[in-house]
Write a protein of this length. Structure first.
Length: 139
């Protein structure tokens, strides 16, 4: 094999490996269908940037860069950190505490992939006008 072919092969392999490390992860943000609070659409933020207002019984799927992302709901500073790995899927459910006010009582909960994938099968996609950003604030 000639030297130029070896060099080209190494370059191609390098670009393929670099492309794999830059692959985004996928996050599904969803809200189970509840009888109470149907008209409330809590705003979900990722890395302090509003992403979507989550409707009752809907799911929003977005691609995010690998790394740690912080999800919050409404004005609450309390949230969860999701450590995203390239090419993997993550599920964030928006829950309301039993005694909470629907205007302020929502919080994000990371759900295991097997449970989250089952949960979102019965949900509809979020209506487009409730989407505020296509991805998280971090590039």
């Amino acid at each position: 094999m000639s030297v130029p072919r070896i060099v080209i092969g190494v370059l191609v392999a390098s670009f393929v490996l670099l492309g794999q490390t830059k692959a985004p992860g996928i996050i599904h943000v969803y809200r189970d269908k509840l009888n109470q609070g149907k008209a409330v659409h809590p705003t979900v933020s990722c890395d302090a940037f509003p992403v979507a207002k989550i409707q009752n019984g809907r799911v929003y799927t977005m691609k995010v860069s690998a790394g740690r992302h912080n999800f919050t709901v409404g004005d609450s500073p309390n949230g969860i950190d999701v450590d995203v790995e390239p090419g993997k899927e993550y599920f964030v459910r928006i829950d309301f505490a039993a005694n909470a006010s629907f205007a302020t009582g929502a919080s994000p909960v990371q759900v295991p992939a097997d449970q989250g994938s089952k949960d979102i099968r019965k949900l509809k996609p979020l209506d487009g006008w409730y989407i505020e950003a296509a991805t998280c604030g971090k590039p």
